[in-house]
Structure formats: structure tokens, C-alpha cells
Ligand binder design. Structure first.
Ligand code: SF4
Ligand code: SF4
Ligand code: SF4
Length: 315
């Protein structure tokens, strides 16, 4: 089945490296190896006019997050999941005013598309891990039945991505975001020290190894199946700050199309860690853009966000 996939060539300037004259982070963190495919080639590739992937689309295309996924299969140190009708003005992933059932999500989708039009995108980004909840595929199936052409997307931590990539592809999910915080198990274990998979709980470095293995396999499967994949990497300077550039290089080698570096919002177990400042983030983005196009507009939306990112109106 052919599903709507609005592609538009990325403008030459959309991902232009802004740091040609800037002083990058120490060169030893970069190494000499370059990705096999240059970012210039990737910039010239066709990327979708999707608010999470294309700088210009971000200000023009509305997106709806359907909060249908309650459970999670890991525990990120920065996460403070909360379903609460108060504090709706707090903006952070993992927050939602409410949980919707798949049929309620379909009703919400109808209202949203009626208001914003069918060139908007409908995604599932929490408040837990979308691919750890059967409601995610159930919701996507209901929506796809009624709207064969709209753009559907999912954000995932990647742990269950190898198991569900085929189903997502069949449902016409063409845009995917995978959060990958690094490839060094010792580092990732400090961010995500617990994962549950197939009825087993893994801890510490083993948990990180299982997560990384599945993220790599899932990312490659998604790219091979034709999805456009953005990788989110949460930057926690004290933990993975020195590994972000090598992570960018690796995800580029694995075929990811766009990288989104998101600064830590100090919450949850990491509430006392520092948030990287704009200069730190700018320098990291600059270095990473040598390997992969870097998306620069993320507002780290709530799991029930609706509208143009950063310009949400009521309801
Ligand atoms: Fe889709 Fe994730 Fe972007 Fe939301 S944040 S619009 S679910 S890709
Ligand atoms: Fe929170 Fe998402 Fe991490 Fe789960 S994967 S703990 S929902 S941030
Ligand atoms: Fe996704 Fe970030 Fe855009 Fe929100 S601001 S829709 S989380 S890329």
C-alpha cells in the first residue's frame, strides 16, 4: 500500500555547517575517521518535509502526539514520567495530561486533522516507550485504516525496534526517531541502568549491551526498510558529553539520516546534574555536523503535544 510521503529536497542551506569559523571542541574527541558518506551527500539527499527532520518544516507543519503508551521497558536517569492534568505548562518528554485508549486516540486524530489539515503528522512519543505498549500498533492500525495517506511517526528507545520494524513498515510509518545516548556500555549503563526485554530484566553494563545491540539492529532494519530515521541523543555532559561525537559518527555509519542533540533537562535521578549551555550544545552540534545532518530546532515536546512545535495553541 502506498502511504503519503511528502518529500522535498533539503535546501543546500538547511543543514549548512555553522561552525566553519568556530572553534570546535578538542580535535582528539573527533578522531580522523570520517563517515563513508559525507554529510554534504546526505544534505543533498531527499528528506521529508517533516517537523522533526526538516528545519523549515519544523515551523510550518503541525504534529499531534497521541499519549497511548503508558509503560516503559527501561529507566532513563533523566526521565520523570508523569500523567497529570496539572502542570500542563511544563514542557518535557514523558509528560502528558492524560492517557488515551486507541479508540480515543482515533477520535483525537480526527479532530486534529480537521483543524490542521491532512498534511500534518501524527505520532506516538509516550509518555512511556511506544514499542513497549500494544496500544501503539493498535492505534496506528486504527488511524491507518481511516487515513491511508497521512504521515505517521513513532519515537522509540529502540529496544523493541527489531521486533516491530516490519509491522511499522506495513503500517506505512515512514518516519522514526530512535533515542541513542551512546555506544559504550559503561557510559550508557550510567544513563539507562535497567532494561526489560522478553520477560527478563537486565542490569548495569549488561542492560546497556542489550539496549545498544537492539538499537543498532533496529536502526539498520528501519533504514533498510526505507524509513527516514532521526537519532536523538540526550546530552548529559558529566556522563556522555565526551562520547557524543563518536555516537554521531556511528549512527551515521549505521545509516541514520538526521541527528538531534537534545540537552539534558535535569529531572528525575539526574535532577542535580547540569544542563549543558547553549555554547556547549552549539559546539557539539558543530562537530557532529561533520558526520551527519544535525537538526537544531527541537523543543523536547511533551507526549501530548499538539500543533506547530513551539507555537502550540490551546487544545
Ligand atoms: Fe513523530 Fe517523534 Fe517527531 Fe513526535 S517527536 S512528531 S512522534 S518523530
Ligand atoms: Fe522515560 Fe522514554 Fe527513557 Fe522510558 S525510554 S524511561 S519513557 S525517557
Ligand atoms: Fe519532535 Fe523535538 Fe520537533 Fe517536538 S520539537 S516535534 S520533540 S523534533
Amino acid at each position: 500500500m502506498a502511504h503519503g510521503f511528502r518529500a522535498s529536497p533539503v535546501s543546500k542551506t538547511a543543514f549548512r555547517n555553522p561552525c566553519r569559523s568556530a572553534d570546535p571542541l578538542p580535535s582528539q574527541s573527533l578522531g580522523n575517521r570520517r563517515s563513508g558518506r559525507s554529510t554534504r551527500e546526505k544534505e543533498a539527499a531527499v528528506l521529508p518535509f517533516h517537523p522533526c527532520m526538516h528545519q523549515q518544516a519544523h515551523h510550518r507543519v503541525a504534529r499531534l502526539h497521541l499519549p497511548v503508551a503508558a509503560k516503559c521497558n527501561t529507566r532513563c536517569g533523566y526521565c520523570e514520567r508523569e500523567i497529570s492534568s496539572t502542570a500542563t505548562s511544563v514542557v518535557a518528554p514523558g509528560l502528558s495530561a492524560t492517557l488515551l485508549s486507541p479508540s480515543q486516540a482515533l477520535v483525537k486524530t480526527r479532530e486534529f486533522l480537521g483543524r490542521w489539515g491532512k498534511s500534518s503528522v501524527v505520532g506516538i512519543a509516550g509518555p512511556g516507550e511506544p514499542l513497549a505498549n500494544g496500544e501503539t500498533l493498535e492505534t496506528l492500525t486504527l488511524i491507518r485504516r481511516e487515513y491511508p495517506a497521512i504521515a505517521l511517526c513513532v519515537c522509540t528507545n529502540g529496544l523493541n525496534l527489531p521486533d516491530h520494524c516490519g509491522e511499522l513498515q506495513e503500517l506505512g510509518v515512514r518516519h522514526l526517531t530512535v533515542t541513542i545516548n551512546g555506544f559504550e556500555p559503561g557510559v550508557v549503563a550510567r544513563i539507562q541502568p535497567t532494561v526489560s526485554k522478553d520477560g527478563r530484566v537486565y542490569l548495569g553494563t549488561r542492560a546497556a549491551e542489550v539496549l545498544i545491540e537492539n538499537q543498532k539492529a533496529g536502526l539498520q532494519a528501519a533504514v533498510e526498510s526505507g524509513m527516514v530515521v532521526k537519532v536523538n541523543c540526550v546530552v548529559v555532559p558529566e556522563i556522555n558529553g565526551a562520547h557524543v561525537v563518536s555516537t554521531a559518527q556511528k549512527v551515521s555509519d549505521l545509516g541514520a539520516h538526521v541527528l538531534n542533540l537534545v540537552p539534558l533537562i535535569p529531572r528525575g535521578l539526574f535532577k542535580n546534574l547540569s544542563k549543558p549551555d547553549d555554547r556547549y550544545m552549539a559546539r557539539l552540534r558543530c562537530l557532529c555536523s561533520r558526520f551527519i545532518p544535525v537538526f537544531r530546532h527541537c523543543k523536547q515536546c511533551r507526549a501530548d503535544a499538539e500543533g506547530i512545535p513551539g507555537k502550540e495553541g490551546p487544545g
